[in-house]
Design a protein around this ligand. Structure first.
Ligand SMILES: Nc1ncnc2c1ncn2[C@@H]1O[C@H](COP(=O)(O)OP(=O)(O)O)[C@@H](O)[C@H]1O
Ligand SMILES: [Mg+2]
Length: 328
């Protein structure tokens, strides 16, 4: 197995969101701080958004680890439930007993949840409902969540809600019909992909967490290529790096280079992601602009028998001779 070849204890690029592997980029730390801020006494709804694979669930796992001792958590992972199904899910997550056989109405369920939250509050606790993939919540469910944020004492919201989702969640909440819930968002953060520097540090961090030594297993050109192909998205970086290590191992190479990255990328991604756009390199841009300039001058020369370069040269000569005439 390649882990032995690279002296690693385990696969460094597994795609499960394991908090042990957390790379503390400044924005991931900011995101975590926003989640923590969202559960302060004056917090209500916290929103964490980001494209697929940018690390939302990983951050939420770290958050859960940090607060699980001090707060009562309800976690809903993929909320494709509507109306009282969602409230039933909330009850289930908090361990609120509701009878399965008798359908309970929405006001009854809200009442049960309210009583439960009041008990927690009186006991000095903090109740948090975390919903991942919240872009899947339908209109009714979002309205019910808003109802749950109405449960409060004179000074405290009884339930803090954390909504985690893809960028469309922001768009949904910006729609006219969601003004009320939107106004209850007290903290929001949007995760963006890694910069090239972060990609390099991220790869090194994951290798070392998996027991690797300080050897640079990926050349600088390889990292540049990984950043370009993955667009800095951690999940894609993991997929690609894992294939790179397998490729390097198969060829008996101790250090991943750009060719290995390209080959690995061709095995897992669509061709359009792998082939570099001709405009992605500054040298190509300068070359293209240079060629374009030469063509313009040539066409101008063909059409007018003179090119602007020749005119500029003539003007420079005239100017120089005038200066020559002026000088003593
Ligand atoms: N800051 C990070 N540190 C370590 N691994 C990360 C980080 N961010 C993302 N990952 C990795 O990227 C992959 C996708 O992350 P995930 O949290 O599932 O993304 P999302 O929920 O945004 O789709 C996971 O394998 C996870 O381990
Ligand atoms: Mg996720």
């Amino acid at each position: 197995m390649y882990t032995t070849f690279f002296s690693l204890d385990e696969n460094p690029f597994s795609i499960s969101p394991n908090p042990r592997y957390l790379y503390k980029s400044s924005q991931h730390m900011d995101a975590l701080a926003h989640l923590m801020h969202g559960i302060a006494p004056d917090g209500c709804i916290t929103l964490l958004t980001g494209d697929v694979g940018t690390g939302k669930t990983t951050i939420s796992r770290c958050f859960i680890e940090q607060v699980s001792e001090s707060a009562t958590l309800g976690i809903i992972i993929n909320p494709k439930a509507s109306g009282n199904e969602l409230l039933n899910l909330v009850c289930k997550e908090f361990g609120i007993s509701c009878s399965d056989d008798q359908p309970t109405s929405i006001p009854e369920l809200v009442n049960q949840i309210n009583n439960y939250l009041l008990d927690i509050y009186r006991g000095g606790g903090n109740a948090i409902l975390l919903i991942d993939e919240a872009q899947n919540l339908d209109m009714d469910s979002l309205e019910l969540l808003r109802l749950l944020t109405n449960l409060e004492t004179d000074t405290h919201k009884l339930l803090k809600i954390i909504l985690i989702g893809q960028p469309e969640l922001k768009n949904i909440l910006n729609r006219e019909g969601f003004r009320q819930i939107n106004q209850r968002i007290t903290s929001r953060f949007h995760l963006t992909p890694f910069s090239r520097e972060d990609v390099a540090r991220y790869i090194q961090h994951r290798l070392q967490t998996a027991g690797g030594d300080k050897t640079d297993r990926f050349s600088k050109a390889a990292v540049r290529e990984i950043h370009r192909i993955s667009s800095g998205i951690p999940r894609l970086i993991n997929l690609l790096c894992n294939h790179c290590l397998i490729g390097a191992y198969a060829h008996g190479v101790a250090r991943v280079n750009r060719t290995i990255v390209r080959r690995a990328a061709q095995e897992i991604f669509d061709e359009s992601m792998v082939t570099p756009s001709i405009f992605s390199r500054p040298s190509t841009i300068f070359l293209t602009l240079g060629l374009f300039g030469v063509m313009v001058v040539f066409i101008e020369y063909l059409l007018t028998g003179q090119s602007s370069l020749m005119r500029i040269k003539e003007q420079l000569v005239t100017l120089a001779s005038r200066f020559g005439a002026l000088s003593p």
